[in-house]
Design a protein around this ligand. Structure first.
Ligand SMILES: Nc1ncnc2c1ncn2[C@@H]1O[C@H](COP(=O)(O)OP(=O)(O)O)[C@@H](O)[C@H]1O
Ligand SMILES: [Mg+2]
Length: 270
């Protein structure tokens, strides 16, 4: 499905050794609430990191912080060697929001032409845009639907169009907010296979959120979140034995129980 002729992206010599994302004391306040509470974590390059936790725990807020669209972010947040939101990161990050927008009255190719023109405007870039659009349509396996109106596609095909938009310009970091929500098991599996292809064939870094714990097993690394805090930052293989659990879901529940018990202890000793 994927066919990249180019090697790993040129990330610049001074930044290749640093992690894709490094957060220290990352805090976000939204209205009266502290939504992210002084988080420390890193996202290694060239791997799939899963950001997992129940609805409302702060996954989308964390992702918006990484891509630079979240207000009231404090602490340190470096992305690809620059502070989050730095202008040079714009073309190096691909982002798919939780409610991705594709235009129903445009075809798959027209949607991608439109977003490609925003990324690389001007007549001089026309040839590059055309081949880029053809490549990403191929990457997400929609070549046979390239001329179909987006409004006539199935849910799974629409999410692949959004993913194709994020792949334009071969970004080094892909931030995907719950990309598999509402998809049937077969489509979910296909999409996860595609995510793995993107990391192995292109060396890209993926940060993918989900509230479905079984998806954790497909990630290289996990950030388990609850109520604006990170309960664990580990590999699935290390997490299961560490908590004496058979699945990541059981490990997560174990960590939640521990956190609740620690919270109670704090309350009673106050
Ligand atoms: N506009 C807002 N103002 C204040 N708080 C908000 C706003 N939007 C979301 N929140 C709060 O931020 C928290 C984290 O939300 P979000 O990052 O969307 O979580 P997730 O993506 O994990 O479901 C939620 O508990 C929610 O109550
Ligand atoms: Mg969310």
């Amino acid at each position: 499905m994927m066919n990249y002729s180019s090697g790993p992206p040129d990330t610049g010599t001074q930044t290749t050794d640093s992690p894709a994302v490094r957060a220290e004391g990352l805090t976000v306040v939204r209205g009266p609430r502290t939504v992210l509470r002084g988080l420390d974590f890193t996202v290694p390059r060239g791997q799939i990191t899963g950001l997992l936790g129940p609805s409302g725990c702060g996954k989308s807020t964390l992702m918006r912080s990484v891509v630079g669209t979240q207000a009231k972010v404090t602490g340190t947040l470096d992305v690809l060697g620059h502070p989050a939101g730095h202008p040079t990161l714009r073309t190096r990050i691909g982002y798919v929001t939780q409610a991705p927008s594709v235009y129903d009255d445009l075809t798959v190719r027209q949607n991608l032409d439109y977003f490609a023109a925003i990324l690389a405007p001007g007549r001089a870039a026309a040839d590059r845009r055309h081949s880029d659009v053809t490549r990403v349509i191929e990457d997400v396996d929609l070549t046979s639907h390239a001329d179909a109106l987006a409004g006539n596609l199935s849910g799974g095909q629409r999410s692949r169009v959004s993913l194709a938009v994020a792949l334009l310009g071969t970004p080094e970091l892909l931030v995907l907010d719950e990309p598999t929500v509402g998809l049937d098991p077969v489509l979910r599996r296909d999409l996860w296979n595609l995510f793995h292809d993107i990391t192995t064939q292109r060396g890209a870094t993926l940060l993918i959120s989900s509230h479905v714990m079984d998806e954790a097993e497909r990630c290289h690394r996990l950030l388990l979140m609850r109520e604006g805090e990170i309960l664990a930052d580990d590999t699935p293989d290390a997490l299961r034995p560490r908590t004496g659990s058979e699945t990541v879901e059981a490990a997560f529940l174990h960590l939640v129980d521990e956190a609740v018990a620690a919270g109670r202890k704090k309350e009673t000793t106050r």
